[in-house]
Design a protein around this ligand. Structure first.
Ligand SMILES: C[S@@+](CC[C@H](N)C(=O)[O-])C[C@H]1O[C@@H](n2cnc3c(N)ncnc32)[C@H](O)[C@@H]1O
Length: 211
């Protein structure tokens, strides 16, 4: 997660907003060690605060990795919440189960392995919040399904929507950049969504379903 901010300001914010939870800190260390692309602590704060603010109970994650974003949701939401983890790599799902146990939130987590777009398409819905963090070329499809499955008044989050600034370069034609450019265009012009692209970390789009 490449921040868009000058280093000194970024360090200040990272220090100020460090999570007060040992499991999240351990998961952050692991991400640095393995160079695994978690959403980062500032995005973690944003998704958990906004999900709590709308009283979210059913949350669906598309691309959960080893569970960092899932633990942020689970720590913020009430005991009646259910956060569905999805990942196509079963090793990540196994690690996520261990971290959920360690963080004391496994009672709020459900674990699915496989393609998140297929898994979400087969769910009954509606969900209060959906996080999109899968392969970037699949973001337009993920948005289409998420917009159907989220309730009116619910939120769709999408990570990496700044893509180190490449989204603003129309000469880029790799599938990942194209996927995010298309996502940003569709999310900002979608008739049922109000969307804000927050430049925190590498970009976190927040869409409110309004109709
Ligand atoms: C950026 S990481 C997720 C990080 C996680 N959201 C977090 O912040 O802790 C992306 C994950 O999505 C998974 N993935 C990519 N495409 C997927 C798909 N179509 N369905 C399910 N998982 C997918 C990868 O295996 C990887 O673990």
């Amino acid at each position: 997660m490449a921040s868009q901010l000058p280093d000194k300001l970024n360090e200040y914010l990272l220090h100020l907003e460090q999570p007060n939870n040992d499991v999240l800190l351990e998961m952050q260390s692991l991400a640095r060690e393995r160079e695994f692309p978690i959403i980062g602590q500032q995005c973690g704060r944003v998704i958990s605060i906004l999900a709590k603010a709308i009283g979210a109970r059913r949350v669906f994650e598309m691309g959960s990795g080893y569970g960092y974003s899932m633990v942020w949701f689970a720590l913020a939401l009430g005991d009646d919440a259910e956060i569905t983890h999805t990942d196509m790599d079963e090793a990540n799902t196994a690690m996520a189960k261990e971290f959920a146990e360690k963080a004391g939130v496994s009672n709020k987590c459900r674990f699915l392995s496989g393609d998140a777009t297929e898994l979400l398409a087969s769910e009954a819905g509606p969900f209060d919040a959906i996080l999109i963090d899968i392969d970037k070329k699949d973001y337009p499809l993920a948005l289409q399904i998420a917009a159907e499955k989220v309730r009116v008044g619910g939120l769709i989050f999408a990570h990496n929507t700044i893509w180190s600034g490449r989204v603003a370069d129309e000469t880029q034609d790799d599938p990942a950049t194209k996927g995010i450019q298309m996502y940003n265009f569709r999310a900002s012009t979608h008739p049922q969504l109000l969307t804000f692209l927050n430049p925190v970390d590498d970009g976190l789009s927040v869409s409110l379903k309004v109709s």
